[in-house]
Write a protein that binds this ligand. Structure first.
Ligand code: FAD
Length: 465
């Protein structure tokens, strides 16, 4: 037997949910222990957000270097050393994960390596390969994240890849089929298309990026086509035949059965919460049918001293949402009145061009019976966008008709990922179109597009008729 180690707040999982929760709990005076069975930083830093953005930016640079002849830049001799790209990507990940370790240690959080299993509402067992240790806690925060769903008939293998496999390829594939045109499939498909891979996207719904408006995904789809990507919508992947050097994917579209040969197939059809092997059933923690943990507004589960955050609870499975909930849970444990409010959680796709949304979509507002008006401004009427040679897309504001309060915004265009922050702030602060229109935006910047859209809402735009 082992002597239990006592702690106050025990966090399970060191992804963007767990490590942020641990730091905030420590800042608020708790004795904190964090348990991680894999790598610090979780999916996001190791095999998600960060490495995917590194590959995307490398691919984007290559594409720009080789496709800027209309600007007078001729880059025919540009080559890619993909091994070096992978090394660079790994160095970015390493910098961030060791940064997280430094932050945890600097905040006096005890880091425990191993797999946590709940024995009762105040006890976990942490298993390593050849030992086990019991921890007693007052409060726990579960942040065990999610993993890719396997599609029946597409068992992950050397040729049938999940997102992690696709991020870690040793060389640029000649061809790849991507099953699932959600954000992960679109992002990785775009990255490899930019490196020259022949990409085919198979999407079951009638549009890729189906969480966004059709007019937004249409802009992305147009750009994908320009890169030589084939996009099949309403396409049902049926099966895969694997060979030593590649795959043949069978799919059905408009009642017709088709096949494609490729070096790899990437399956990105969603993620499943890691809530099964934690001992949660014996604690009586309430879960939904999908295996998500039910929480209240302070991220508290049905067992009052146990909290849950991130991909294992309802809402969009995004890193910044996990971190946000992590702070709320830690503050709730410290007795603060913090509560979650999902109104202004942004969602971003790092496609080319990028897509971003915060707050309400027009359709959603109408469905909820909110009287709204919308205002749009195109990137094509913005000087900076033209000077960047990247002027496709638009910014759309959703405002209440009665008082012009901004309740939603969508952007498709270059730097949408950064531009959405201003609109999130506007929603959070209850600002009106006039507030944004009256804010002086530097010229020439993409930021002016938000100001101009606000002026469209007010009926007095300067740069469009
Ligand atoms: P995770 O990051 O999944 O971390 C959970 C951790 O818990 C893991 O490290 C795991 O090892 C550990 N763990 C699990 N069970 C146990 C146990 N029993 N004991 C101990 N440890 C355990 N989101 C964005 O916001 N922006 C993006 O651009 C973005 N890009 C993405 C790209 C890809 C390819 C993928 C796959 C995801 C992307 N995401 C992105 C989603 C994002 O990665 C997740 O939403 C985020 O990581 C969830 O954080 P989390 O803390 O809930 O869980």
């Amino acid at each position: 037997g082992d002597f239990p180690i006592e702690t106050e707040t025990l966090v399970v999982g060191a992804g963007p949910g767990g490590y942020v929760a641990a730091i905030r709990a420590a800042q608020l005076g708790q004795k904190v222990t964090i348990v991680e069975k894999g790598n610090l930083g979780g999916v996001c830093l190791n095999v998600g957000c960060i490495p995917s953005k590194a590959l995307i930016s490398a691919g984007h640079r290559y594409e720009i270097a080789t496709h800027s002849a209309d600007m007078g830049i001729i880059g025919e001799k540009v080559t890619v050393d993909f091994q070096k790209v992978q090394e660079w990507k790994a160095s970015v990940v390493k910098k961030l994960t060791s940064g997280v370790e430094g932050l945890l240690k600097g905040n006096k959080v005890e880091i425990v390596r191993g797999e946590a299993y709940f024995v009762d509402a105040n006890t976990v067992r942490v298993m390593t390969e050849n030992s086990a240790q019991t921890y007693k806690f007052k409060n726990a925060i579960i942040a065990t994240g999610s993993r890719p769903i396997e599609l029946p008939g597409f068992k992950f293998s050397k040729r049938v890849l999940d997102s992690t496999g696709a991020l870690n390829l040793p060389e640029i594939p000649k061809s790849m089929v991507v099953i699932g045109g959600g954000y992960i499939g679109t992002e990785l498909g775009t990255a490899y298309a930019n490196f020259g891979t022949k990409i085919t996207i198979l999407e079951g719904a009638d549009e890729i990026l189906s969480g966004f408006e059709k007019q937004m995904s249409a802009v992305v789809k147009r750009r994908l086509k320009k890169k030589g990507v084939d996009v099949f919508t309403n396409a049902l992947a049926k099966g895969v035949e694997e060979r030593e050097d590649g795959v043949t994917v069978t799919f059905e579209v408009k009642g017709e059965t088709k096949t494609i040969d490729a070096e790899y197939v990437l399956v990105t059809v969603g993620r499943r919460p890691n809530t099964e092997e934690l001992g949660l059933e014996q604690l009586g923690i309430k879960m939904t049918e999908r295996g998500l943990i039910e929480i209240d507004k302070q991220c508290r589960t049905s067992v009052p001293n146990i909290y849950a955050i991130g991909d294992i609870v309802q809402g969009p499975p995004l890193a910044h949402k996990a971190s946000y909930e992590g702070k709320i849970a830690a503050e709730a444990i410290a007795g603060h009145p913090s509560e979650i409010d999902y109104l202004a959680i942004p969602a971003v796709v790092f496609s080319d061009p990028e897509c971003a949304s915060v707050g309400y979509f027009e359709k959603q507002a109408i469905e909820e019976g909110i009287d709204v008006i919308t205002a749009k401004f195109p990137f094509g009427a913005n000087g900076r966008a033209l000077a960047l040679n990247d002027a496709e897309g638009f910014l759309k504001l959703v405002l209440t008709k009665e008082d012009g309060v901004i309740i939603g915004a969508q952007i498709v265009g270059p730097n949408a990922s950064d531009m959405i922050a201003e609109l999130g702030l506007a929603i959070e602060a209850g600002m009106t179109a006039e507030d944004i229109a009256m804010t002086i935006h530097a010229h020439p910047t993409l930021g002016e597009i938000a100001m101009e859209a606000a002026e469209v809402a007010m009926g007095t735009p300067i740069h469009i008729l």
